[in-house]
Design a protein around this ligand. Structure first.
Ligand code: EPZ
Length: 417
């Protein structure tokens, strides 16, 4: 099992490029099920979740071939199955994104329920309620959801809570439905907007993506297209926080400052100097690191996927701060590991109270989920001595060769097999 060995403290300086967004790439891959024409996706990140989704799509009959920086996908009828099996789905919850496209195009689907994960129960009730509103018959049996519909029919549906993959799944269901669909209380994340851009490029008629309500005019069929996924704002934000926590100075190339606004505003309040350049985002932090309270919220609020990384930063701030996690019920697993490194953090329900600055000492720590592992790597960069972060496979799900990118910024980090 791979682990990182990090020598600290040292500062990050130099230029790093954001990879394509994992959470835009996953729905884009699922969209290949919506057409029998070739779909070309450019700039997909080389991370494990993408390989997992390609394996699932292959099982469903989608051939995919990497041609340089572009992945070419063609859905065929070679597979005699509409079934997304548990052994594939259990390794990645985002597999649920094949449900909407399968029902939209084939009229039936059988997808294993994703089950919970380290950060929470993460139900999919809204995906299923919306699919029923579009006329599908949905049943839950033996840990699988089966859905069938002669043809989905446009309808109005209001999500009880903004759900990113729920909005994406239902966008892909509605684009081939008969008639008009109005989705309310939608997720507004940039990855939802990117999927709508891809579907529109395939011939879908979508209005309002990025707002709370989206109107979709169903069409008879969709064509192939060539689409470049947006840069990964969470990966990029992680490196920006790395520069802030180490008192460094980096240029994050290829990042979209508008998508990172919630983080950039916060880091500016913390005392970072930020410049939005044509080439990307320049961030340096030389002076005092000021504490600031944060509450996670659906976009355009502060992203829950940067909460753990930001908490590592707050352990170095001059004073007290609180972080309130409003999206997931169990996303403070990194606290115990940070505390072992010497951080001063108390958790009360959905609040974490951090008192800084703490002199973090190196330790052997263990990652529990994708973003918690990123948090521990950032802590290792400022801790005194050699920190080992175990179970790096969590990181590999969503960060493309993180050790190489950190080394290019001057970090003393190595991957141990
Ligand atoms: C997406 O997960 C992301 N994953 C997550 O990123 C991210 O943390 C999350 O959105 C929130 O931004 C992908 O895009 C592949 P949700 P998703 O449905 O869609 C509740 C990472 O680190 N809910 O927006 O599963 C749910 O319990 C991952 O890359 C329901 O109650 O999250 C949660 O409290 C981790 N019923 C809230 O909504 C539903 O049917 C938001 O969840 C669906 C969701």
């Amino acid at each position: 099992m791979d682990r990182f060995r990090i020598e600290g403290p040292n500062r990050l300086a130099g230029t790093v490029r954001a990879s394509g967004a994992k959470n835009a790439a996953l729905p884009a891959l699922a969209a290949s099920l919506l057409t029998d024409e070739p779909l070309e996706l450019v700039g997909l990140p080389r991370v494990r979740d993408i390989m997992t989704m390609r394996k699932l799509l292959d099982h469903l009959g989608v051939d995919s071939e990497q041609e340089g920086d572009s992945l070419r996908l063609v859905a065929t009828d070679r597979a005699s199955t509409d079934d997304a099996p548990y052994e594939l789905v259990k390794t990645m919850r985002a597999s649920i994104l094949v449900l909407g496209p399968l029902v939209a195009r084939l009229g039936h689907a059988r997808v294993s329920l994703p089950g919970g994960c380290a950060i929470g129960v993460r139900p999919i009730d809204q995906h299923l309620a919306c699919l029923e509103a579009l006329g599908a018959e949905v049943e839950l049996e033996h840990g699988y959801v089966t859905a069938r519909a002669e043809r989905l029919v446009g309808a109005s549906f209001r999500f009880s809570t903004p759900t990113v993959t729920g909005t994406e799944n239902m966008l892909m269901a509605a684009v081939l439905a008969h008639g008009t669909t109005v989705l309310e209380n939608c997720a507004r994340e940039p990855e939802v907007v990117d999927l709508a851009r891809l579907l529109t490029g395939m011939g879908a008629k979508i209005d309002g993506a990025g707002n709370e309500s989206i109107v979709i005019e169903g069409v008879e069929s969709l064509a192939g297209t060539r689409h470049t996924v947006i840069p990964d704002r969470i990966e990029g934000g992680t490196y920006l926080i790395g520069a802030a926590i180490t008192g460094g100075d980096i240029l994050l190339e290829g990042a979209d400052a508008a998508d990172l606004a919630p983080l950039l505003e916060k880091l500016a309040e913390n005392g970072c100097e930020i410049e939005e350049l044509a080439a990307g985002i320049q961030l340096r932090r030389q002076g005092e690191l000021k504490p600031r309270d944060t509450v996670t919220a659906p976009h355009p609020g502060f992203p829950t996927d940067l909460q753990a990384q930001y908490m590592a930063l707050m352990t170095q701030a001059e004073g007290g701060s609180t972080i309130c996690e409003t999206i997931f019920e169990n996303r403070f697993q990194h606290v115990s590991e940070l505390t072992r490194m010497g951080a001063d953090i108390q958790v009360e329900g959905s609040y974490a109270r951090i008192h800084g600055p703490s002199r973090l000492s190196s330790a052997s720590v263990m990652a529990t989920d994708l973003r918690a592992s990123a948090c521990l790597v950032l802590a290792g960069l400022v801790a005194h001595g050699e920190t080992q972060v175990d179970r790096i496979y969590h990181l590999d799900r969503g960060y493309e060769r993180m050790e190489l990118k950190l080394q290019s910024l001057g970090a003393r980090v190595e991957r141990l097999e």
